[in-house]
Design a protein around this ligand. Structure first.
Ligand SMILES: NC(=O)c1ccc[n+]([C@@H]2O[C@H](COP(=O)([O-])OP(=O)(O)OC[C@H]3O[C@@H](n4cnc5c(N)ncnc54)[C@H](O)[C@@H]3O)[C@@H](O)[C@H]2O)c1
Ligand SMILES: [Zn+2]
Ligand SMILES: [Zn+2]
Length: 345
């Protein structure tokens, strides 16, 4: 498609330098689809790009269009694209993997070392249009709204974490109830967890966890989690810990309230070192699992199934702004004043 489009770019390295500009609509390669973006959810990563911290500065080479959590409608298909058609409603897996290395060939494309990332190492979706490989577009036949469809990428990461271990009939602690943790709460409940204990210091976020179905809420600043978690579980330790906080102290302290043979899945990120007493971990047979991105594409299918089964994510979107107000969207995210803010191009 020829023509110009509006988009938000990181124009140059350094803090700030985000600009709403006009650019040519991207060209579509033979295996790509062009998506008209209907909604873009602001992510913590976009705030990192704004601040230009080490995470962003080592991965992005400006000028680059930002934004990666999006939904839209397919308006053009490359010559070799067969399974996706014009008019399809899509969200997207944002990791573009090589599909040729041994990691990919072993079915572990979500940790492919040759991954490029939409809105980080290549142009993103805070734009009227984005061109992506057709293999990264995920078609949704049924969905509630474009806004909700733009949550799919972080939601499916939460699916990856919350379905890593069986939670049916189990007791689960969810550490950190930002947008991804709050969705993790809803997923764990939908998957049949008998008791979901949310641990979150920010009151508004705790309320969101309760809205998503948490059975109880613990403020880790005011309460001692080693006592409060068993107290919220009839005096017993719990089976599964899901971390969405990246707080290494909180993860280490989960050893105090998890049962022997307990399972810990960590999706939260941090550049700090995690430390705990090794024999406590080994003798009690604890499992610690890192959760990177989304398993391609089984977590997407599971995520669709949970939504079809009635999981409601509508509470997660607390703010909706036009793309021109992207600075306000980033500010809301930076200060934790929203759960998810979506921008409409
Ligand atoms: N592994 C991956 O592939 C992947 C993908 C996306 C995001 N992430 C990471 O996942 C995490 C969750 O994402 P998000 O967008 O919801 O982030 P977020 O920063 O909005 O949420 C983190 C939450 O943890 C809470 N928290 C902080 N310290 C805590 C403690 N001691 N105990 C309990 N809660 C505490 C914060 O108050 C906040 O609400 C982030 O660390 C993010 O970087 C990882
Ligand atoms: Zn994101
Ligand atoms: Zn690979």
């Amino acid at each position: 498609m020829n023509g110009m489009m509006k988009c938000v770019i990181k124009a140059a390295p350094g803090p700030g330098n985000l600009e709403l500009v006009e650019r040519a609509i991207p060209q579509v390669g033979p295996n790509d689809v062009l998506v008209k973006v209907h909604s873009l959810a602001v992510c913590g990563t976009d705030v990192h790009i704004m601040h230009w911290n080490e995470f962003a500065s080592t991965r992005m080479t400006p000028p680059t269009i930002i934004g990666h959590e999006f939904s839209g409608e397919v308006v053009e298909c490359g010559a070799l694209v067969k399974q996706i058609k014009i008019g399809d409603a899509v969200s997207a897996e944002t990791h573009i993997v090589c599909n040729t290395c041994d990691v990919c060939h072993n079915g572990n494309a979500h940790v492919c070392p040759h991954t490029s990332v939409i809105g980080l190492s290549r142009d993103g979706a805070l734009a009227e249009y984005i061109s992506i490989p057709a293999s990264n577009a995920v078609v949704f036949e049924k969905f509630a709204s474009w806004e909700e469809l733009s949550l799919m990428e972080p939601y499916v990461a939460a699916v990856h974490a919350a379905t890593q271990f069986s939670v049916a009939g189990k007791t689960v602690a969810v550490i950190g109830c930002g947008p991804i943790g709050a969705m993790g709460v809803g997923i764990a409940k939908k998957c049949g967890a008998s008791n979901v204990i949310a641990i979150e210091p920010v009151a508004e976020r705790g309320k969101m966890a309760l809205l998503m179905g948490a059975d109880s809420l613990i403020d880790p600043i005011k309460e001692d989690v080693a006592k409060a978690v068993p107290a919220a579980n009839g005096g017993n330790k719990i089976d599964v810990v899901l971390d969405f906080s990246g707080n290494v102290g909180a993860i280490a302290s989960s050893l105090s309230y998890i049962k022997p043979e307990g399972k810990i899945a960590v999706l939260g990120l941090s550049d700090k070192k995690l430390s705990f007493q090794l024999d406590e971990f080994v003798y009690r047979g604890i499992t610690l699992k890192g959760i990177a991105g989304r398993r391609m594409y089984q977590d997407w299918e599971t995520g669709k199934g949970l939504l079809a089964g009635g999981l409601d994510l509508s509470h997660i979107i607390t703010h909706k702004l036009p793309m021109s107000e992207f600075q306000e969207g980033l500010r809301l995210m930076e200060h934790g004043e929203c759960c998810k803010c979506v921008l409409i191009p």
